[in-house]
Design a protein around this ligand. Structure first.
Ligand code: FE2
Length: 291
């Protein structure tokens, strides 16, 4: 004869978990505990439960190989940056990380230092420069820098085009220096035509990210860093919809008038900006900093 368990629903679920590794078991037990605690805390109604199921179903259905609504959901609920924080705690002075975002495109061309990577792309020309160094300031020669950004109107190449624009791979010189021309990136909204957009509207939140240029910096023997640099004069720095801004990642983009001489000696017939930002890496074997 069937005898109802005297255990709570939560304990019944925990009792049957038998995952194939201690870590998997730990993660699933915690997930069940917190999920059940959330449902009890808000006393979830059946209608709310069905709303959640419908929302998650639609989130999956809108995903394609070019659109990842679940990552957008993670980003806009702050989970992506929380995972980033936990996994990339850095000592003072080291380059901090931020989210990869949905617009990374593997296979960007390697270009020589000084190259202009955004010819014909809408936006104000900007000269980017700096050094890749150790925490002690020693140069890291031959470090790899991958960069990409949207244009000066907030659009990424992969949203509008089939060819790459405003993205490249560079290598630092013997002094650890890098420099290239691109554009000053604009703020832009995350996609709002799906369930996450509806969620943002329900929460009375704007959908915008402040302007930023993405970097992935790596060097042999050092921890690679995925990050973004934000112009200090743009909107939404204090309300990034994906919470990706860290104060150390904000940089001054210095404006220059027509006819001014750029750091590489060029004289432009348009206004332009210059930004200098050093990228400081931590050795691969460095211990994580206690949170
Ligand atoms: Fe981005």
């Amino acid at each position: 004869m069937f005898t109802p368990s005297s255990l709570s629903i939560t304990d019944q679920v925990l009792a049957v978990l038998a995952c194939d590794s201690p870590r998997h078991q730990q993660v699933m037990e915690s997930l069940v505990r917190h999920l059940h605690a959330f449902v009890r805390d808000v006393e979830l109604t059946e209608a709310e439960w069905l709303t959640a199921i419908t929302f998650l179903t639609r989130t999956g259905q809108i995903c394609t190989d070019k659109r990842q609504e679940f990552i957008l959901l993670s980003d806009t609920l702050g989970v992506s940056m929380l995972v980033d924080d936990i996994n990339h705690d850095k000592p003072a002075g080291a380059l901090e990380s931020s989210v990869l975002g949905p617009y990374y495109w593997e296979g960007a061309p390697e270009v020589p230092l000084g190259a202009a990577i955004a010819e014909g792309v809408a936006g104000e020309p900007t000269h980017y420069s700096g050094r890749v160094t150790t925490l002690d300031g020693a140069p890291l020669a031959g470090a790899t820098i991958k960069v990409w950004s949207g244009d000066g109107e907030g659009n990424y190449d992969m949203q509008l085009l089939t060819e790459m624009r405003a993205r490249a791979v560079l290598r630092t010189d013997a002094d650890g220096r890098y420099h290239f021309w691109s554009i000053k990136p604009s703020y832009y909204p995350v996609p709002t035509d799906g369930p996450v957009g509806a969620m943002l509207r329900d929460q009375n939140r704007h959908p915008n990210r402040p302007g930023h240029i993405h970097f992935i910096v790596s060097a042999d023997g050092y921890q690679p860093v995925v990050t973004q640099i934000f112009p200090s004069d743009g909107p939404y720095l204090d309300s990034d919809v994906v919470f990706g801004v860290k104060s150390s990642l904000i940089a001054d983009f210095v404006p220059h008038p027509v006819g001014a001489r750029a750091p590489d000696g060029r004289v432009l017939d348009t206004p332009f900006h210059t930004v200098s930002y050093d990228l400081v890496l931590v050795p691969s074997d460095a211990l994580a900093v206690a949170a």
